[in-house]
Write a protein that binds this ligand. Structure first.
Ligand code: PLP
Length: 361
């Protein structure tokens, strides 16, 4: 089936096949990747290749550390504030553009003074702030935002700007590697892997090295970014299988897709198949996001009634189109069309939607 799940999500088929081929015995290793010491040179080569894959796709310089962490994106909500806010004289400032930004604030307040400087709640998180809609304090510890709100389906088209000296921190969990970006604009960017980059279990954190100096020695060891950076992501046993698969997804992006610009072009083409239909039938497919904030990754909309929504989901399933139900907090339909969702999958959904509106609209 075509799986439109928000994550863990569709993987590139060629990657799954490669993993299958190598599962019992990794070439040259004599055992499975799952059975190998994380200190073995073969695994270290895999770890470094994955790091280099992230570096080359995103043009990450040596000014940044690339860390492979556990605890999912949600542990980052806490680690960011524990490392970058604790002990800092300024407050943490947050743009809340959906459910995940809100949850990040809930963790930050436990660590220090935190301020929400823009909140999309009055518009039910269907839009994003423009320049001038918020003011960042030049002495803030950092400015935090989520580039793509997975549940609401709103995505920043470009980075918010922070005054120089205020690091920009981004939760890119659901749009990591979906397009090129200028990493130099960020103090830190992170993403759990299970949407665009691989299996659940590994979170990629790209952090500017000067920020590591803020991490206090009193922090619990695992929560300290500096420990991970100083130990090459091997402070403790890293999620070796997930990193191995992540490395394969990075290779697929570079070699099969052709890099992030090609990925972005394809993502735009895929998303347009669905948004064009929403625009053609605005009374029937009622899009959640305002048009200029639409996500390339999570297309969210409602139908005119609960009955039609239920019929849509059950008939979609009979067409092998799965996991389209919107998040329980917002309802409706959500088609998650991450990097690995093939164009044919989105086209099959668009065909189904055309047929469904013709019969029920
Ligand atoms: N941030 C965003 C944007 C997400 O979409 C998710 C999960 O869907 C999370 C954070 C939480 O990720 P995890 O479950 O890995 O903690």
């Amino acid at each position: 089936i075509y799986n439109f799940s928000p994550g863990p999500a569709t993987m590139p088929l060629s990657v799954l096949r490669e993993v299958q081929d190598e599962l019992l015995c990794l070439p040259g290793a004599g055992c499975s990747i799952m059975e190998m010491s994380h200190r073995d040179k073969i695994f270290l080569d895999i770890l470094h290749a994955a790091e280099n894959g992230v570096r080359s796709l995103l043009n990450v310089s040596d000014d940044y550390a690339v860390l492979f962490l556990q605890g999912g994106a949600r542990l980052q909500f806490s680690m960011i504030a524990a490392n970058l806010l604790r002990g800092h004289s300024g407050k943490a400032q947050y743009l809340v553009t959906g459910s995940w930004g809100k949850k990040a604030v809930e963790e930050a307040v436990k660590e220090g003074p935190t301020e929400v400087i823009w909140d999309g709640k009055p518009n039910n998180y269907n839009n994003l702030p423009g320049e001038g809609d918020y003011t960042v304090d030049p002495s803030a510890a950092y400015l935090y935002y989520c580039s793509n709100e997975t549940i609401q389906g709103v995505q920043f088209q470009s980075e918010p700007t922070a005054p120089s000296g205020v690091p920009l921190i981004c939760d890119a969990s659901s749009d990591f590697l979906c397009r090129p970006l200028d990493i130099e604009k960020y103090g830190m960017l992170y993403a759990c892997a299970q949407k665009n980059a691989g299996p659940a279990g590994v979170t990629v954190t790209v952090i500017r090295k000067d920020l590591l100096e803020r991490s206090q020695a009193e922090l619990p060891g695992y929560l300290n970014y500096k420990n991970h950076a100083d130990n090459d992501s091997e402070w403790n046993t890293p999620p070796s299988f997930a990193i191995y698969v992540l490395g394969k997804v990075l290779n697929w992006l570079q070699d099969d897709i052709g890099g992030l610009q090609a990925m972005h072009d394809l993502n735009r083409e895929k998303a347009a198949l669905l948004y064009d239909l929403i625009d053609q039938h605005p009374e029937f497919y009622i899009g959640h996001s305002v048009p200029d904030c639409r996500s390339l990754m999570n297309v969210t909309f409602k139908l005119p009634s609960d009955e039609l929504q239920a019929a849509f989901l059950s008939q979609a399933a009979t067409h092998n189109l799965g996991s389209l139900k919107g998040h329980r907090s917002v309802g409706g339909i959500r088609a998650s069309i991450y990097n690995a969702m093939p164009r044919e999958g989105v086209a099959a959904l668009a065909d189904f939607m055309k047929d469904f509106v013709a019969k029920n609209g």
